[in-house]
Design a protein around this ligand. Structure first.
Ligand SMILES: Cc1cc2nc3c(=O)[nH]c(=O)nc-3n(C[C@H](O)[C@H](O)[C@H](O)COP(=O)(O)OP(=O)(O)OC[C@H]3O[C@@H](n4cnc5c(N)ncnc54)[C@H](O)[C@@H]3O)c2cc1C
Length: 409
């Protein structure tokens, strides 16, 4: 009997890890990678340091994938963050957790993570065909035909691991959506996620680099709050970034606004008392001096008072009721109309993808076509920053590898 052939499209973390962990001595494993070298996106993760996964208990991971976290439950429990760490440590790549429980290789080199994956593939007998983009896939009997420029290859099992559509220069250009769609799968509309946000008339271009810890950002749609997110915010030269914005970007749609609370709403009364005539001497004090007692950067306070229409020598006595209200509003809910969110060239992830209800979450096998598997970011999965996206890629890859191994024992 001919040896079963398993074809994997995509040499990112999901494809490489799946190929490395399929246990089937009898099978031929062929991985097709579009770029000259596999793992281009992996190399830029965590700014080249690779935030591999997150610490803590695996059950705490699910909420970090939004509404689709439940789909990942079996995969995450079947191959946890601890399993992932053990995989790399056993292969000579120790890791550490930073103060936010993000896990990195001790060497802080994504290169080392990629090396382990490439070695594991080699040891598992995987043939890696780099610089070999797959152009199309077709159903052929119980298997599939993979079409490349060099040749057409018949496989018994097909794994789509082509990633999302962000940072297209790394090779992730969304081909997998097309392949899955051509095989009958539904694609949930894709969009950039984990990306900066650019407001109309951005008032802080010269304050780039200033950051705020643990503040709350609300997404407003038709005047109503549709999502509230808390975390650290960063001013860039043309918009907002930092974990809270990257996270919020997944939920932003055309026409939305952001309301940013630079100070928590609970402190509203404290702030109010700062800028009212609480004592006989308060009226003579400069507003900017009083605001400087708040835990806010000095340059931001200057911009805030300008925005509220106050001159540098305005005292508390000068503050009309309206001006006071305006200052409070800017501090606890400054509203910014969103011009656009960063595009796929700036997004760390892609929202949308292969519809999850058509994939068996215990095996990652298609519910429509037996022997077709979809793993990693090509699925309608995107997680928060912090190592959640790579963990999802590895866990879904392992789940598919287990299922394929069982079928080919
Ligand atoms: C700047 C940046 C930083 C990030 N940092 C982190 C981080 O620190 N931690 C974290 O958890 N996540 C991070 N992410 C997200 C993470 O990189 C992805 O979620 C992850 O790489 C997805 O893995 P994947 O294998 O599914 O897809 P990808 O890594 O996108 O790999 C897909 C592969 O398929 C190949 N391919 C595509 N089409 C074809 C085709 N037609 N034929 C053959 N091959 C094809 C591509 O060339 C690519 O190599 C970051 C992303 C970016 C952009």
């Amino acid at each position: 009997m001919a040896r079963p052939v398993i074809g994997i499209i995509g040499g990112g973390p999901a494809g490489l890890f799946c190929a490395a962990t399929i246990r089937s001595k009898e099978s031929r494993l062929i991985l097709f990678e579009k770029k000259r070298e596999a793992g281009r996106k992996l190399l830029i993760t965590g700014s080249g340091r690779c935030n591999l996964t997150h610490g803590g208990e695996i059950r705490e991971f699910e909420p970090h994938y939004g509404e689709n976290g439940a789909f990942l439950k079996p995969a995450l429990r079947g191959f946890t963050n601890r399993d992932l760490i053990a995989f790399f440590e056993e292969r000579g790549c120790p890791v550490y957790a930073d103060e936010n429980e993000k896990i990195f290789p001790v060497s802080e080199k994504a290169d080392d993570i990629l090396s382990v994956l490439m070695t594991a593939c080699r040891e598992n007998g995987v043939v890696i065909r780099q610089n070999n983009p797959v152009r199309a896939v077709e159903r052929s009997g119980d298997g599939f035909l993979i079409r490349t420029d060099e040749q057409d290859v018949l496989v018994d099992h097909l794994v789509i691991a082509t990633g999302g559509a962000s940072y297209p220069s790394t090779g992730s250009t969304g081909d997998g959506y097309r392949f899955a769609e051509s095989l009958g799968h539904r694609i949930i509309e894709i969009g950039p996620a984990l990306t900066p946000v650019h407001p109309e008339q951005y008032p802080f271009p010269d304050l780039a680099g200033i950051s705020f810890d643990d503040i709350t950002v609300s997404i407003l749609r038709e005047g109503k709050i549709v999502r509230r997110v808390t975390g650290d915010l960063l001013f860039t030269h043309n918009g907002f970034s930092g974990p809270v914005i990257l996270h919020a970007s997944r939920f932003i749609r055309d026409g939305d606004s952001l309301s940013i609370a630079f100070l928590p709403e609970q402190e509203r009364e404290v702030i109010q008392s700062h800028i009212t005539l609480g004592s006989a001497t308060a009226g003579k004090r400069l507003v900017k001096t009083i605001l400087s007692e708040l835990p806010l950067p000095a340059r931001f306070i200057q911009r805030l008072t300008e925005e509220a229409g106050l001159s540098p020598d305005s005292t508390v006595a000068h503050l009309t009721k309206e001006k006071r209200k305006e200052l409070l509003r800017l501090l606890t809910g400054w509203i910014f109309q969103i011009k656009r969110v960063g595009g796929f060239d700036a997004a760390m992830a892609t929202r949308g993808g292969i519809a999850l209800e058509e994939i068996n979450n215990k095996t990652m096998e298609s519910r429509l076509l037996p022997n077709l598997y979809c793993i990693g970011e090509v699925l309608d999965i995107d997680g928060d920053t912090g190592g959640y996206n790579l963990q999802a890629a590895f866990s879904t890859a392992y789940t598919a590898a287990e299922s394929i191994s069982l079928k080919n024992r």
